[in-house]
Design a protein around this ligand. Structure first.
Ligand code: PMP
Length: 792
């Protein structure tokens, strides 16, 4: 059960007075106090405050109340500073909770606590360094005392438990101010990316979890200044990351101090002197402070949305925004170094921003000199990426980017299992394939087991291009024909043969047109192609062009040897074929004796979720499959897989040999990648998250007319942006703008299609729902901003 607005009691003073008398034998005068969920009152005896009366929200479970009471009793008995904690007053019958009925016979749980004197932090002006140090020391001491404390209700659903922060990712939409929403979403992304591995190593214990500016009380102690006099409100106690205690105290103290970072450092220093922080806590501290601010502002926005008339909940909203806006641009690594310093630990030297810019500039200059200029860099200002982990890439300053582009880092960048397999095998042996080696056959066995019969024979190479080059060679050799059919807009690789047959290249800038032996048929694009709509009829209509081309080539006396196409089109515009297209197209090609090659370099290996290989979604059996990018997870590994009959026909005396193809290191990597896909159920994840993301984009499309089409399957999605949903005029400028905006906000997307108006999304498969929320947020904001600012 959770506290809720309806559950906030509002008992009359008469009822409370009667309950105090009968339950506790207490009397005096009552004063109402603010309370977020509970009804709180003060009982003054002889004109001075003596007790605090709390009526619990009806949504609070009995165990949760017992948890608070148990904690108060624990601290009362065991903490050397027990005088800082209110004491629970027992009823006449010795209970800690007294059940009270209102006039309508509804029951409420009442507790009475001793009143602690003191000024709340918010009333003592700007706290001095000494005051903050004492606050840190008190919290360190408190958390030490709580380390041994356990309670079954300590792990409950609680918005204010930072370990449960993830709830905000799907609620940032309540923040109406776009710039502010962007700040929160960027912070969340940074938090997820940078703390991903640290989070599991953070110590956990029960903490107070709410050392805010109302709950910490101070009293003036002569020349010592303000000293801690009490800590009240144990309602948000939780078993969570222990270090959150400091982050929370720092947030609220900084609302009243000149510098939020100095505040954090001082409290952390005090805390560390009593309860030393470990390395992971030092790394997490500042990010947790940011996270707590994000939780506060999102909760406040949500409360606004729910129209809750409870000023207490929004009391610190403005301060939280101000602080978050100040802290957002701050370099996390720099603060981490300062925390280390404040705790008397040695800091690692950091490259300054200026030094980083200089390094990047010189990299760019030297690249211009030493790397062929036909290789372009992504983005207006190129990124210097120095590290990858999971679905994230990192710049040298530690800033993270959510990678929605790299279908190569299929199971996640630098996946530890893959890296280990690679390193282990590299330390044992790496040779060519002219020796017997179990890894080669083992990998061939495992890879072919993912493919339908009769695709059982492998050739291993090092790139998608090499795979397609070999596939075309096999097709030509087996059929004795030279001509090849392709789809318009297709790209199959960088060798001369493949450039000659890829319209994307040969008909693009600098191209010399398709080779005379290469023949293109229209792209089966159900959105803006010659036939529109997703139906068998449309699939059939597009396949008719294949038939026509086959007949034409037969008539001309040069029937096609090979028909090559991707199973879903990537470069041609993230296109999913209409149903039946490949089945009919293959039928026509085979009718004239051609072989059908599918290129799974981009879309294969579980990416589409429903099937391991994208051609399976079309219900066809290709003669040859080419596989590349994802199977090596970044290591250069690619393959051609075909049937024993075709392999036999290709074996015409001319040997096929690739120096590196199939080497033991590549095989070890390939095996590890297959293991990870299975162990981490990544195909299932691609399906689940893909559906979630696609639905999210479809929902966005309702508010943004520029989203013309949302398509794709699993984690292979395309979002086509248009100026007008009738004319389908491509919104190319907008697409470029969205890509750059997203990059500025920490999300890497790419731009695709003949008009460069399609957002292409094909992240590592470890991408999850929170990542999807971040991408949706970024695209939503970019589109809103474009419309609001009248950009065009
Ligand atoms: N086929 C397709 C569909 C591709 O997208 C690519 C590369 N983008 C290739 C083949 C060529 O692969 P590689 O760059 O590994 O040679």
């Amino acid at each position: 059960m959770l506290p809720n607005v309806e559950g906030r009691p509002s008992l009359s003073f008469a009822v409370v007075e009667a309950a105090l008398r009968s339950g506790y034998g207490l009397k005096g005068s009552l004063v109402g106090l603010p309370g977020e969920w509970d009804q709180n009152l003060r009982l003054d005896v002889d004109s001075s405050p003596a007790f605090v009366i709390k009526f619990a929200n009806t949504g609070v479970a009995a165990e949760a109340l017992d948890f608070q009471n148990a904690a108060l009793r624990w601290l009362g008995r065991r903490w050397s500073s027990a005088d800082l904690v209110p004491q629970l007053v027992r009823t006449r019958s010795g209970k800690y909770v007294h059940v009270v009925f209102d006039e309508d016979r509804r029951s409420y749980r009442m507790r009475v606590l001793t009143y602690l004197k003191g000024e709340p932090l918010r009333s003592i002006g700007s706290p001095t360094a000494d005051t903050l140090t004492r606050l840190g020391q008190m919290l360190g001491d408190l958390d030490r005392c709580l380390m041994e404390f356990t309670h079954p209700a300590a792990e409950r659903e609680l918005r204010w438990d930072l370990r449960q922060w993830n709830w905000i990712t799907s609620h940032t939409g309540c923040i109406r101010d776009l710039r502010r929403r962007g700040i929160v979403e960027c912070c969340l992304l940074q938090f997820r990316a940078r703390l991903g591995s640290i989070m599991t190593r953070l110590p956990i214990s029960i903490i107070h979890n709410d050392a805010n500016d109302d709950n910490v009380l101070f009293e003036m102690d002569g020349s010592r200044g303000w000293v801690v006099a009490g800590l009240v409100d144990y309602g948000d106690m939780a078993r969570t990351w222990t270090v959150s205690e400091i982050a929370i105290a720092a947030v609220y103290s900084s609302f009243h101090a000149a510098d939020p970072i100095d505040t954090l450092l001082t409290i952390a220093g005090g805390y560390h002197s009593v309860k030393p922080l470990i390395e992971s806590e030092i790394q997490a501290l500042f990010p947790l402070m940011i996270l707590r601010l994000c939780v506060s502002v999102t909760a406040a926005a949500l409360a606004g949305e729910e129209d809750v008339d409870n000023p207490h909940r929004q009391v610190s909203e403005q301060s939280a925004w101000r602080t978050l806006e100040r802290l957002e641009p701050v370099d996390w690594l720099e603060v981490e170094g300062s925390v280390r310093g404040a705790c008397g630990l040695k800091s690692r030297p950091l490259r300054s921003d200026l030094a980083r810019q200089r390094v990047q500039h010189s990299l760019e200059e030297e690249r211009r000199l030493r790397i062929g200029p036909s290789l372009s860099l992504s983005y207006q200002t190129p990124l210097e990426i120095v590290r990858g982990r999971g679905q994230f890439l990192f710049e040298s300053n530690g800033r993270a980017y959510l990678d929605c582009v790299n279908n190569v880092g299929h199971v996640g960048h630098s996946h530890p299992k893959v890296v280990r397999a690679l390193a282990r095998q590299a330390a044992i042996l790496n040779t060519n394939t002219r020796y017997l080696n179990p890894l080669l056959v083992r990998y061939a066995r495992r890879l072919t087991a993912t493919l339908p019969e009769p695709l059982r024979v492998c050739y291993f190479v090092n790139s998608g291009s090499e795979a397609n080059e070999l596939a075309v060679r096999i097709g030509r050799t087996c059929t004795g024909r030279r001509d090849v059919m392709v789809l318009d807009g297709a790209y199959h690789g960088n060798t001369q043969t493949l450039v000659d047959l890829s319209p994307y290249k040969s008909e693009g800038p600098g191209g010399q047109g398709l080779a005379p032996w290469a023949h293109k048929v229209p792209t089966p694009d159900p959105y803006r192609g010659l036939h529109r709509g997703i139906s068998e009829k449309v699939g059939h209509a597009y396949a008719e062009y294949v038939k026509e081309m086959c007949c034409k080539l037969v008539r001309e006396g040069r029937p096609p040897g090979v028909f090559i196409c991707e199973s879903m089109l990537s470069c041609a515009g993230q296109i999913v074929f209409p149903p039946g297209y490949l089945r009919d197209a293959f039928h026509h090609v085979r009718a004239v004796g051609g072989l059908c090659v599918v290129d799974e370099v981009q879309v294969g290996l579980g990416r589409i979720g429903t099937h391991m290989w994208a051609f399976q979604a079309q219900g066809v059996e290709p003669d040859i499959v080419t596989i590349g990018k994802p199977i090596g997870n970044g290591h250069p590994l690619a393959a051609v897989v075909t049937s024993p009959a075709i392999a036999e026909a290709f074996n015409n005396g001319m040997e096929y040999f690739s120096t590196f193809g199939g080497n033991p290191v590549s095989m070890a990597v390939g095996l590890a990648v297959l293991d990870v896909i299975e162990e981490e159920e990544l195909q299932e994840q691609a399906l689940r998250v893909g559906l979630y993301l696609k639905k999210g984009f479809n929902d966005l499309a309702e508010g943004h007319f520029q989203i013309g089409d949302v398509r794709g399957q699993g984690l292979f999605l395309g979002v086509e942006l248009v100026e007008d949903r009738e004319s389908l005029e491509p919104a190319t400028k907008l697409t470029t703008w969205v890509i750059e905006r997203a990059k500025a906000d920490g999300v890497l997307l790419s731009q695709e299609g003949p008009y460069q108006n399609i957002l292409k999304i094909k992240p590592p498969l470890v991408f999850d729902e929170s990542d999807a929320d971040l991408v949706l947020g970024v695209v939503d904001r970019a589109l809103l901003e474009w419309s609001r600012r009248g950009l065009s």
